[in-house]
Design a protein around this ligand. Structure first.
Ligand SMILES: Nc1ncnc2c1ncn2[C@@H]1O[C@H](COP(=O)(O)OP(=O)(O)OP(=O)(O)O)[C@@H](O)[C@H]1O
Ligand SMILES: [Mg+2]
Length: 316
């Protein structure tokens, strides 16, 4: 990274009582990058974002956001960021225009600046013409776009989006990502959390957090290749009993259900389709089909997150 990072996180830690929610995490995000921050429920994503937004003091460690220290200069940090919280904080009883005016007030925009910026962000978010609609009557996808419009009203160079696509249909999710990519192409740095691994592929870099610790940090391709295991996809009659029995095979490190199929993970190079078929045959485990498949991001995450946090086949 030649230029200074837009977000520079150094040993950031948050302890609540005796519980360490975020445990010495460090990473940097280059200006204009989209950084995906992924991990299971309760991993520490929102807590990290709240610290990076200057809303929650860290217990130890720190971060520079837009060049300012989150603990020593939280006001300056807040001026440079947009934040879309996990449950979008829109006022349902207010109209679209009134919500924008409220956030304009929070960000200290003058009346003229608000008028200009509101028109810009509504156009960008594809919301022009619905200014007088009551927010609570709008669909989830439109509310999501309005929340984003409010978060970028003051043209922040850095944007934190905490699960912005939860509860939004696939077509709207894709359209929302086009918006985010458009913002990044214009130079906005974006840190986004999501449980949808297909969305992680849109990110230049990803960080995977599990039980407060960063367990992977790289491009999506490098995170996949960094797991030194081969994946075999198995078609079996009884998914759950087969998964149990596969656990007893020494060359199989673990399994996960992927829809109607099972994925079995073996140390890299330790097994082939032929050798594994023979091993399972000898163990009396009936398998209809067995193929070597490339490691997907979902596979990688299954193998990287703390086992207690991973549910078979579920998104992180
Ligand atoms: N104010 C608090 N006091 C005590 N514990 C807290 C507090 N805020 C968060 N936690 C705990 O810290 C852990 C991390 O929570 P956090 O909300 O950061 O997770 P998350 O990764 O955003 O999860 P999700 O995907 O469900 O949104 C959780 O166990 C949560 O219960
Ligand atoms: Mg969260």
């Amino acid at each position: 990274m030649n230029e200074s990072p837009a977000i520079d996180v150094r040993d950031l830690t948050k302890v609540f009582g005796r519980f360490t929610a975020v445990d010495r995490i460090s990473f940097a995000v280059a200006p204009g990058d989209i950084f995906g921050f992924l991990g299971p429920n309760g991993a520490g994503k929102s807590t990290t974002i709240r610290m990076l937004c200057g809303l929650l003091a860290s217990t130890s460690g720190t971060a520079l956001v837009g060049g300012y220290d989150i603990n020593r200069e939280p006001d300056r940090v807040r001026q440079r960021i947009g934040y879309m919280s996990q449950r979008f904080s829109l006022y349902r009883d207010l109209t679209v225009a009134e919500n924008l005016a409220f956030f304009g007030g929070v960000y200290g925009l003058s009346r003229g600046a608000l008028r200009d910026r509101a028109a810009d962000v509504l156009r960008l978010a594809g919301l022009s013409g619905i200014e007088s609609a009551r927010t609570g009557t709008l669909s989830g996808a439109i509310q999501q776009r309005l929340a984003l419009a409010c978060a970028i009203l003051h043209a922040p160079p850095i944007l934190f989006l905490d699960e912005p696509t939860s509860g939004v249909d696939p077509v709207s999710r894709r359209a929302f990502w086009e918006l985010i990519q458009d913002l990044a192409a214009r130079g906005t740095t974006v840190l986004i959390t999501t449980h949808f691994l297909d969305e992680a592929e849109f990110c230049a870099h990803i960080g995977l957090i599990s039980a407060g610790r960063l367990v992977a940090l790289d491009t999506p391709a490098a995170v996949k290749s960094g797991v030194a295991e081969d994946v075999f996809e198995l078609q079996v009659d009884d998914l759950f009993s087969s998964a149990e029995r596969l656990k007893g095979i020494p060359s199989i490190l673990g399994t996960a259900c992927f829809g109607p199929r099972l994925h079995a993970y073996c140390p890299r190079g330790a097994a082939t389709e032929q050798s594994l078929t023979a091993t399972l045959g000898a163990a009396g485990i009936p398998v209809t089909a067995l193929h070597s498949v490339p490691m997907s991001l979902e596979d990688a995450f299954m193998r990287l997150v703390a086992p207690a946090a991973a549910l078979p086949g579920s998104p992180v």
